[in-house]
Design a protein around this ligand. Structure first.
Ligand code: FHN
Length: 665
């Protein structure tokens, strides 16, 4: 093929490739707009982020000629009265050669933080990225000449951490903003009439274009975290317009409520009214109670956001871990701050606390990430967080008696130490209060977490337990005397403890479920008894009601529930054998209950009802009771549950009762 033709072909190919690339880039900008819930999902599940206040103010660290500025060191320009000219010496000195973005991101990730919010520009106006809108930035005004935002955003992307940036609306350097207010650059906060008539130009020609740069050149931005909106210059109209402007550029980014003017002080939540912004921003405080809207509490580890070596007022790791739990239990996110020094290093005190939080989140993270706020009253000993079917009890103060009183609305299926999934913690009822029995020693010095698997509400009566078995069960043959045993663990354990009874009587069907109360049995009576078309049903119930498993219930109501089952059986031509409650002096899982006399009283009522309705009363009680109205030791695995000998007593009694029932008209 002649050279000329070949060249033409290559040129053509190149042109096609180039047009495809442009096509790709163009397609790249067409981002599918997520619903608000989908857009917020990653943030709501993340719960824990790193705030980084870094800038040229990290060089003086809050000190000027031995004088320390009050509050945050990042306010030194205002608090220690630097003119702009004087302050501009800091960018010229800013050369953080120790800055390593990957290391920073790893420290955040290892602490259990899911996103990072870096100050792209704080109130002093200095930009940590390569801005084409201004030279007052890291590339043009400092010897460092590395785009910090670029390096951090790439490091975040590499390590799966969501990259976000903070941006100050107030600008003490810009002449059309607050740059003309020396020495009180923040005069406009207290006196809203102190405004710069040029501010709208700053807003239009500087603030928005710079934010657009940050939203355009550094990939997906998780959160745009505004601040400094308190100046009189900045209006709610600007805020709403700015919000839309940002969502236009990155439709799925999240913007805090400081984009608008609704925030009422450090409380951080918006006042009544229609304000832009996706979440509230409490600062240095944790709301007293849960808040049913999106919010994130930002907090320093010591008393300063910016690096301030003179500030030693460090919160303990324990306090920070408990703050994380407290915030998450109230439905919020925790944005914990780091103030790196002028060389780009995290203070050792911060690293120590990040590591401690990492040690805790690596073990207990499931009790934080993706959880919902606690629906229960706050316990004195700590906090709750919740997930579908699980409640996490976060114990701050380990009970000296090892008895953790749990909110009685929590329907416990199984409790264990989160750090030891195989552990099984006994739950007992003491004076009607649900108690989880804990080991003497708290497993974690900061916050020890108990994982509580819930009896799933949607299947409170455990209808799914026998669903499959029932479906497999064929309809009884015409002559078959099918008998269903309805009950609790006493019935359930019969198959395990004395299985031969059911083997020898294949028409006997065990439908006992441990822990069940009469109300739960009533609810599943249709599917687990009536639909199985037995000739006879043996009902042995009431023990767990007396133990208070379902909460307090009167003896009369227990009997009513049992009689209701008998009436259901009668209505479906099923003969009923009403079994007595077995004798018991106490219940290990509810030690405060002394059931002996209540059992006698209820059995009397059941017997009377059976007599009055021509049903068969199956008296297990008399053969199994000891002299103290408890279960004969030799017949029980414990004070309640029969052992093999116990079931060898019960078997013949039951068979005899069934025989009598079958004969009844
Ligand atoms: O003035 C700032 C302060 O420096 C810091 O950035 C905090 C962080 O939320 N916000 C402002 C004070 O409310």
């Amino acid at each position: 093929m002649k050279i000329k033709a070949l060249q033409k072909l290559c040129l053509l190919l190149l042109a096609v490739l180039l047009s495809a690339n442009i096509g790709y880039a163009q397609t790249d900008t067409k981002v599918k707009k997520l619903s608000d819930d989908d857009r917020m999902a990653w943030w709501r599940d993340s719960k824990f982020g790193m705030f980084i206040h870094w800038g040229v103010y990290s060089i003086p660290g809050g000190e000027r000629d031995g004088k320390i500025c009050g509050g945050g060191a990042e306010w030194i320009m205002d608090k220690l009265d630097y003119t702009i000219e004087e302050y501009e010496k800091f960018p010229a000195m800013f050369n953080p050669v120790k800055f390593n973005a990957d290391e920073w991101v790893s420290m955040a990730k290892n602490a259990g933080m899911k996103y990072i919010v870096i100050t792209s520009k704080h109130h002093d106006g200095f930009g940590l990225w390569d801005s084409k809108v201004s030279d007052y930035d890291i590339m043009d005004s400092s010897p460092f000449k590395r785009d910090i935002i670029k390096e951090l955003s790439e490091a975040c992307k590499k390590q799966g951490i969501i990259f976000c940036f903070y941006h100050s609306i107030t600008d003490w350097h810009h002449p059309q903003a607050q740059g003309n207010l020396f020495p009180n650059y923040n005069a406009g906060q207290k006196d809203q009439t102190v405004v710069n008539p040029e501010f709208p130009k700053y807003y239009k020609n500087y603030l928005k274009p710079q934010v657009k740069e940050l939203l355009t050149n550094y990939g997906d931005i998780g959160v745009v975290w505004f601040d400094g909106e308190w100046i009189g210059d900045y209006t709610t109209e600007m805020g709403k317009e700015f919000y839309d402007f940002i969502r236009e550029i990155q439709p799925n980014t999240i913007v805090n409520n400081r984009v608008d003017k609704g925030r009422k002080g450090m409380d951080g939540m918006d006042t009544e009214g229609n304000f832009a912004g996706d979440f509230g921003t409490p600062e240095q405080e944790i709301p007293a109670t849960g808040i049913d809207s999106d919010w994130e509490s930002c907090m320093t580890m010591n008393g300063s956001w910016g690096y301030k070596p003179s500030d030693h007022n460090w919160k303990s790791s324990k306090k920070l871990i408990q703050n994380l739990v407290d915030i998450v239990s109230k439905g919020g996110n925790f944005l914990l701050n780091i103030g790196p020094d002028g060389l780009g290093q995290f203070p050792p005190e911060s690293i120590e606390r990040l590591e401690a939080m990492g040690t805790w989140t690596r073990v207990n993270g499931e009790s934080v990430y993706g959880t919902k706020a606690s629906p229960y009253a706050r316990p004195d000993w700590g906090r709750y967080t919740k997930k579908e079917g699980v409640v996490y009890a976060h114990v701050f103060d380990w009970p000296t008696d090892g008895k953790l009183v749990i909110n009685s609305d929590i329907k416990i299926k199984k409790a264990s130490l989160l750090m030891d999934p195989k552990s099984k913690l006994k739950t007992t009822l003491v004076n009607g209060q649900l108690v989880i029995n804990l080991p003497k020693q708290a497993p974690d010095a900061n916050v020890s977490v108990i994982k509580i698997k819930l009896l799933s509400n949607d299947d409170w009566a455990n209808l799914k337990r026998f669903k499959k078995a029932n479906a497999k069960l064929k309809a009884p043959a015409k002559k078959e005397n099918r008998v269903v045993f309805m009950g609790n663990s006493i019935t359930q354990n019969w198959t395990r403890e004395h299985g031969v009874f059911f083997k020898k009587n294949p028409s006997y069907i065990n439908r006992g479920i441990s822990g069940q109360t009469t109300s739960q049995m009533l609810l599943r009576f249709r599917q687990d008894v009536i639909d199985l078309k037995p000739k006879v049903v043996v009902i042995c119930a009431g023990t767990n009601d007396l133990a208070g498993n379902g909460g307090p219930i009167s003896a009369d109501d227990i009997v009513k529930n049992i009689c209701s089952m008998a009436e259901l059986a009668k209505a479906n031509n099923i003969k009923t054998v009403l079994a007595s409650i077995l004798p018991a002096s106490s219940y290990s899982w509810s030690p405060s209950i002394k059931p002996a006399d209540a059992i006698i009283a209820i059995n009397k009522q059941i017997k009377a009802y059976a007599k009055a309705n021509d049903l068969v009363y199956l008296d297990y009680y008399t053969s199994m009771v000891n002299e103290t109205k408890g279960l004969k030791k030799e017949l029980g695995r414990d004070t309640v549950h029969p052992n093999v000998k116990g079931y060898e007593i019960m078997g013949p009694l039951a068979k005899e009762a069934i025989k009598i029932a079958l004969k009844k008209k």
